[in-house]
Design a protein around this ligand. Structure first.
Ligand SMILES: [Zn+2]
Length: 370
C-alpha cells in the first residue's frame, strides 16, 4: 500500500517535471523527491568518468586542482581499481601478484585519464625532531616504458610497510607510479596521456627560454621527450612538485632504466668538480657513493640537467640532492635481480642525512613563485 502510494507520488512528480521541462529545459534538474539512497548510487556509478577528461582547449580542468574531501572519498575506489589494473599488468609481465594492495596509498591528484597518482608516507615509530625532517622521496614510473623501476618502487614500499621495526628512524615518501596512464597504455610508453615527458615539464627558470628549443633542435625531434606546451602543464609534474613543496625532502631518488648509472644533481652540477666542495656537497656526493657501493660500485656519471627535468628543478634550483638511479635494463625479466642489487642501497640511503635543514632560510615564497 505504502509502495503504491509512493509510486503514485513519483509518477505525479515526474509528470510535473516533464511539464516544467517542456516550459524550461533547465528545470529538468528538479528534485523528484527520491531519498538520498536512491540518488547516491547513480552518482557513484558515474565515478568512472575521469574528471580530467573534461577539457577546454585540451587543458584538463583538473589543472591546479587539488581534490577536496568529498571527491577524495568518492575516488577512494579508484585506488583499488588502479591496483587491480597494476595486478593485471604484473601478471602479463609474469611478475606474480603486485604489492599494490599491500600499502595504504593516498592521493591528492589524478592523472589526465582520471587515475589516482598514489603515494604513501612512511614514518618510523621513534623519529626524533631531526629525523622527522630527514625525508626521502622515492619516485618510480615517471617513464613507465622503463618497466623495471616500477616494481622496485612498489616492492620498496611494501617492504617498509611489512617491516616498520627495521626502519624506526626513517621518514620516506614513496610514489611508485607517477605516470599510470603511460604504464597502462599498450604498449607502455614514456610520455603521459598528453604525450608529454614528465621529466621535461618541471617549471624551471630556463623552461620558457630553452625547453622547446632544446627539443626542436635535437637531431630527431623525439616525440618521447616532448616538454609540453607550457611548464608544469601536466598532473604528474604538479604531483611531484607538490610532494617536494609539502615534505621538504632531504633527498629525492628517482628510479629509471636502462642507462646504467647513478646521476647526482645538486646545486650547479658542473661546479661540483671545481674548487673546494662544501660540507653539504661532500655529503651529497657521499650519498651517491653509498648507493654505488651498495650495488657493487655502480657507475656514477654526471649527465647534466635539462630545462624542465627533476634534477634541475629539485637538485639544481632547490638544492635538494636528487639522484637518478638508472638501472641497466628495462627488461621485465630482471626485476628480481635488480631488487637484490639496488634495494640494500635504497634502505641505507633513507637513513642517511645529507644536509642541515635550510627551508627556514629559503622561505615558502620560493615555492610559491614557481
Ligand atoms: Zn627514464
Amino acid at each position: 500500500m505504502v509502495i503504491a502510494q509512493n509510486k503514485g507520488k513519483i509518477k505525479f512528480k515526474i509528470l510535473i517535471s516533464l511539464i516544467l521541462f517542456s516550459i524550461n529545459p533547465f528545470a529538468c534538474g528538479i528534485n523528484l523527491g527520491f531519498d538520498d539512497e536512491d540518488i547516491i548510487p547513480s552518482l557513484f556509478e558515474n565515478n568512472n568518468t575521469p574528471l580530467s577528461l573534461n577539457n577546454i582547449n585540451g587543458i584538463p580542468l583538473t589543472a591546479f586542482h587539488i581534490l577536496n574531501d568529498i571527491q577524495r572519498t568518492r575516488l577512494q575506489k579508484q585506488i583499488s581499481d588502479l591496483c587491480q589494473r597494476v595486478d593485471y599488468t604484473y601478471s602479463k609481465l609474469s611478475w606474480g601478484k603486485s604489492p599494490c594492495f599491500s600499502v595504504p596509498w593516498k592521493f591528492d591528484f589524478v592523472s589526465e585519464l582520471g587515475r589516482p597518482l598514489i603515494y604513501w608516507e612512511f614514518k618510523g615509530q621513534y623519529l626524533d625532531e631531526e629525523q622527522k625532517k630527514n625525508v626521502t622521496i622515492v619516485l618510480g614510473g615517471v617513464h613507465p616504458d622503463e618497466l623495471t623501476p616500477i616494481h622496485l618502487a612498489f616492492k620498496f614500499a611494501e617492504t617498509l610497510q611489512n617491516n616498520p621495526e627495521l626502519y624506526n628512524n626513517a621518514h620516506v615518501i614513496v610514489a611508485p607510479l607517477v605516470n599510470p596512464d603511460g604504464f597502462f597504455s599498450n604498449p607502455p610508453k614514456r610520455t603521459n596521456a598528453n604525450g608529454v615527458d614528465l621529466n621535461r615539464n618541471f617549471p624551471t627558470a630556463t623552461w620558457n627560454k630553452y625547453a622547446y628549443q632544446v627539443w626542436v633542435r635535437s637531431k630527431v625531434k623525439d616525440k618521447r621527450k616532448f616538454p609540453g606546451n607550457f611548464a608544469n602543464s601536466e598532473q604528474g609534474t604538479r604531483f611531484q612538485g607538490d610532494l617536494i613543496a609539502k615534505y621538504h625532502p632531504d633527498k629525492v631518488i628517482s628510479i629509471h632504466a636502462p642507462l646504467a648509472f647513478l646521476d647526482l644533481d645538486y646545486e650547479i652540477p658542473k661546479l661540483l668538480t671545481l674548487g673546494k666542495l662544501t660540507e653539504q656537497q661532500k655529503k651529497a656526493r657521499s650519498l651517491a657513493e653509498l648507493l654505488s657501493r651498495s650495488a657493487g660500485n655502480y657507475r656514477i656519471k654526471d649527465i647534466g640537467i635539462y630545462p624542465g627535468s627533476l634534477g634541475n628543478y629539485a637538485g639544481n634550483e632547490r638544492i635538494i640532492p636528487t639522484i637518478t638511479l638508472e638501472m641497466n635494463s628495462s627488461n621485465p625479466r630482471f626485476v628480481r635481480k635488480f631488487w637484490n642489487e639496488f634495494s640494500p642501497g635504497l634502505f641505507k640511503a633513507i637513513k642517511y642525512e645529507v644536509k642541515k635543514h635550510q627551508f627556514a632560510d629559503l622561505g615558502s615564497s620560493n615555492f610559491g613563485n614557481q
